[in-house]
Design a protein. Structure first.
Length: 212
């Protein structure tokens, strides 16, 4: 069950034996993508130990190592898993964030920029100030800033104060289709993942367990 307002979230416990342990968002994404793409039924809440990355920071960045996770000195969090289907391609998952820009440079808001957040942070920026990794929704911001406001917008994004903004449409949703008039170049959890003009975003609630 996804988190409800006022409820506690996460319980002490050990990572399940044999579960992968990763240090990056992309490492978690790759493991979950393999399980998600195995065919047939979706996996029953696989577990991943996380020791670094932007999602790890959203979860409080505890200073644990693999031995801590296996010995029960971890916190286990039920997590949503987000996915995107680009044009008619396969469903690709991401654990922390998707960033798509019309410019191949990836510079935020210098061209149409779509940001989908399953947590607060993307590198040094707080791009999802209201995002929660277990609320059953993905936080999406779509837009382009005027040239005169781009530097200020990127500066404010460090603290999450770039929103609200009249040129940036933001919403929290479980499913969203975005159509663009030119290709959007994607980064999934910080790694290039192709380009396309149609993005279908979904949030799959309670899809996996993160141990940190």
């Amino acid at each position: 069950m996804t988190i409800r307002k006022g409820e506690s979230w996460g319980v002490p416990g050990a990572l399940a034996p044999g579960s992968p342990v990763v240090h990056t968002d992309d490492g978690a994404r790759r493991h979950l993508q393999q399980m998600w793409s195995a065919g047939g039924e979706r996996p029953d809440r696989p577990e991943v130990g996380i020791l670094g990355g932007d999602l790890h920071r959203t979860l409080g960045a505890p200073r644990h190592d693999e031995a801590d996770l296996l010995a029960g000195r971890a916190t286990r969090f039920p997590m949503d898993l987000c996915s995107v289907r680009v044009d008619d391609g396969p469903e690709q998952v991401f654990v922390a964030h998707l960033i798509a820009t019309a410019s191949p440079s990836g510079r935020l808001w210098s061209s149409r920029t779509v940001i989908a957040m399953n947590g607060s942070f993307a590198g040094a920026l707080n791009l999802g100030p209201r995002a929660h990794p277990n609320d059953g929704r993905v936080d999406v911001v779509d837009g382009e800033l005027p040239r005169s406001q781009r530097r200020a917008g990127r500066r404010r994004a460090r603290t999450g104060t770039h929103l609200p903004h009249p040129d940036l449409a933001d919403r929290r949703t479980a499913h969203l289709v975005i159509d663009a008039d030119r290709p959007l170049h994607l980064l999934l959890d910080g790694v290039a993942a192709g380009a396309g003009t149609r993005l279908e975003l979904r949030c799959h609630p309670d899809a996996w367990i993160a141990a940190v």
